[in-house]
Write a protein that binds this ligand. Sequence first.
Ligand code: SF4
Ligand code: SF4
Length: 214
Amino acid sequence: MTDSTAPGGQAVELVINGIAVRAEPHMTIVEAAWAGGVPRVTGVGCLEGVCGSCRILLRRGQDVSVALACETFAEPGIEALFLPPPAAARHQYELTDFTDGWDIQARFQEIFPEAVRCRHCHGCVRSCPKGIVVEEGIALAAAGRFREAGEAFLECVMCELCDSACPEQIAPAHVGLFCRRITAFFHLRPPNLIHRLEELRQEPFSSSGDKESA
Ligand code: SF4
Ligand code: SF4
C-alpha cells in the first residue's frame, strides 16, 4: 500500500486503479492518485489543458456511479477507476458552412440524426457530474431551440460521461457544444466584451501595461 498521509494526519484508505492508497482526508481522487504513486493516468485533462477528462467509475459498497476525480474527495473504502478519455468526435461540421440561420435545424438533423431518437431513459442526466439537464437540452436542440439548448449546457466540461451513458449514441455533449457554437456564430458577442475591445482599440496599451503615447 502506498502511504501519502502527512505525519499525524488521519489516513483515508481507498483503492485507485487497483492500487491501495492511503490519502489525506481533504484530498480529491486526483490528488490522492498523484500523492499515492498511482501511475499517471492518460486523459487527466488538467495536465493537458482540457478540463473534464478525469472521468472515474466509483464504487461505494454496492453502489456504482461515475464522477470527475478532481471534484470527488477521498473516502474510506471506496474504489475509483479512471476511465479512458473520450473517443474522437463522430459528428463533423464546419461553422463556416452555415451561410445563414434558416437552415440550421435541417443541418442539425443531418449532423445529429440520432437526436430525435431520445428514449428518455435519463441515463445522461444521471451520469452528469455538473447537474446539467442534458435530456432537456437534447429535446430543445431537436426542436430547433438552439439558444436555449446551448444555455442548458453552459456548465458542461465535455467529460462526455453522458455520451457514454446514451443507448442511442446521441452524443449529448457534442449536441450541447454545437448549440453553443452555432448560437455564438449567429449572434452578437457579449456587449461588455465588445465595449472593452473597442476601448482597447481606441486606447491601445503597450506591452508594459502603460498606455502608449500618441
Ligand atoms: S453534459 Fe455531458 S459532457 Fe457535459 S458535463 Fe454533463 S456529462 Fe459531462
Ligand atoms: S441517455 Fe440518450 S436516450 Fe437516454 S435520455 Fe439521455 S439523450 Fe435520451
